[in-house]
Design a protein around this ligand. Sequence first.
Ligand code: CU
Length: 277
Amino acid sequence: MSEPVPTMAVDGLVPVPGGAFTMGSDEDRYPGDREGPPRVRRIAGFRIAAHAVSNDDFAAFVAETGYLTTAEREGWSFVFAGLLPPDHPPTLPFPRAPWWRRVPGAAWRRPEGPGSGLAGRGSHPVVHVSWADARAYCRWAGGRLPTETEWEYAARGGLDGARYPWGDELTPHGEHRMNVFQGRFPRHDSGEDGFVGTAPVTAFPPNGLGLHNMTGNVWEWCVNRFGSTRPGHRAMRGGSYLCHGSYCWRFRCAARSSCSPATSAGNIGFRLAAGVT
Ligand SMILES: [Cu+2]
């Protein structure tokens, strides 16, 4: 027998029946992402959480295990410059994306570094978690990370070939359906969708399977590698509150990205999955 696990966590997962669907798209604005060509995939049934792992969820894991995240051990993480207070000490920009700052002391409990905290954000997705951290949580919870195929099938929620989890229109009837970046990236997020930075994990109506925020809010780690074009990287799905069509049109069901498994940032989280019992 392995150590006792809190079965509550996996008991609450949404069952997703097996089936077939069209994976990927031909909207390949970023050929290096290899999100196409569209192809039919068969998939076995599995279970997936209705929302991303929240700060409160992650706090329960840490309280029980004393787990230290990669960012806590290494002493820094990537924070979006626009979320740092104006009087924050100077930080090193990431060369190809200077709006990302290496912030000493940034970690899941201190999303914008020392002086920041989780007040009012217990129901927001945990961020500054590496792929390794995400895997550790999933094991503790008795589950695992989803594969990219599972993630995309779940995100589509039964709408085969649609761009978003609810259809093809970004804002049907003028309504925002996810947390992405409005305004001028990267300098000004106008927050027209109601949020600057993260939103609660159950914000916005769910998709056809009852799953919230499959696109937008935070990137979600998947269990598998990205592929041969980025050796060592693990796949991430869904885009985040920083995605803007002008720069990163990846808040779509088919879109892909990746990071190295030790990377953490203020817009990367994850969602728990498991097989069928
Ligand atoms: Cu993006």
